[in-house]
Design a protein around this ligand. Structure first.
Ligand code: SF4
Ligand code: SF4
Length: 316
């Protein structure tokens, strides 16, 4: 029978101001999830150990936590798999990152729900209500299928670089729900939504670190949803106020016109005033052969570029 040591983050504000770590040894069957291990410790060794959970089936999203530094759903993570991956019989369990702990593994989720509410996560159809229902084709629903799988576990926020740096960043799951409705053909608020999501702390503040895609336990790919919202902002013509948006557009124009990224054009396009100030520096770089040529370059396989641009358009 395997034995595992669980090194668990403890925070008991009624008894101590500071957090601390506590180790528990447990003999168990080979098939045991992290959640079941914590519940056994709670039942058998320490009734003060606090954890949040509900369905135990990867549906409610309550038991997200960090195991050996990676955010996972505790109910769908096997202890023995973690031990094998890290080559150790000790497993560290911590609350999810970027949210304040309330008690042990339980964090304050209020900021998460505020962000979720801020994107208006509900359908706002245009025009009079139909007599019966609004029918949507399978193909149209397919476009938002991935986003519909989100279980609001906040694992993506736990790993999000932008949220770590800016607590007002709206964040991955909220944007997933933003796209869930902006991409729904029954919704009449596409432009208003794109405007709402493109403001300060919005889609353009994402650093594209991709951790949300990597850690989402349901394969929702939040970063992809953010990208699609950026595409909607372009199509609705509301992206120009933001330098992040201009930067992304410069990428797109560069690839569409020249078949590859022309880095020399990125700065003037993204920040015109700053680029004028940087001009002497840029000329020096060019003279020394350290800067790419500003003259657009054309690729031979133009048809490949056209195919790529078509794919970009179709995914938005
Ligand atoms: S996008 Fe994924 S990680 Fe983020 S809340 Fe939804 S299910 Fe969880
Ligand atoms: S890709 Fe963007 S939203 Fe996703 S974790 Fe990184 S910064 Fe956050």
């Amino acid at each position: 029978m395997p034995q595992t040591t669980f090194d668990i983050f403890r925070y008991q504000p009624d008894f101590a101001d500071e957090s601390y770590r506590q180790s528990y040894a447990l003999d168990h069957e080979p098939e045991l999830t992290i959640l079941d291990a914590v519940l056994r410790l709670q039942n058998e060794q320490d009734g003060t150990l606090a954890v949040r959970y509900s369905c135990r089936s990867a549906i409610c999203g309550s038991c997200a936590c960090r195991v050996n530094g990676k955010t996972v759903l505790a109910c769908m993570t096997q202890v023995e798999d973690v031990k094998k991956e890290f080559g150790s019989d000790t497993v560290q369990v911590d609350p999810i990152g970027n949210f304040a702990p309330i008690k042990d593994l339980v964090v304050d989720m209020d900021p998460f729900w505020e962000k979720f509410k801020s994107v208006k996560p509900f359908l706002v159809p245009d025009g009079p209500a139909p007599e019966k229902e609004r029918i949507v084709s399978k193909e149209a629903m397919q476009k938002i299928y991935n986003e519909s799988k989100c279980i609001l576990c906040a694992a993506c926020y736990s790993e999000c670089n932008s949220f770590a740096a800016d607590e007002e960043f709206v964040g991955p799951a909220a944007f997933v729900w933003g796209y869930r409705f902006a991409g729904d053909e029954r919704d009449g608020q596409r432009k208003a939504r794109a405007k709402l999501y493109s403001g300060q702390h919005g889609v353009w503040d994402c650093t594209r670190c991709m951790y949300c895609n990597e850690r989402c336990p349901k394969g929702v790919d939040p970063r992809d949803a953010i990208e699609k919202l950026g595409g909607i902002a372009f199509n609705e013509g509301i992206s120009w106020a933001d330098s992040g948006a201009r930067h992304a557009k410069a990428f797109l124009i560069s690839v569409r016109t020249g078949g590859k990224l022309n880095e020399t054009l990125l700065v003037p396009f993204t920040a015109p005033i700053q680029s004028q100030m940087d001009m002497p520096f840029a000329l020096r770089m060019l003279r020394k052969g350290k800067a790419p040529s500003p003259i657009p370059h054309r690729v031979k396989k133009r048809s490949e570029v056209n195919k790529l641009m078509k794919n970009v358009k179709e995914t938005i």
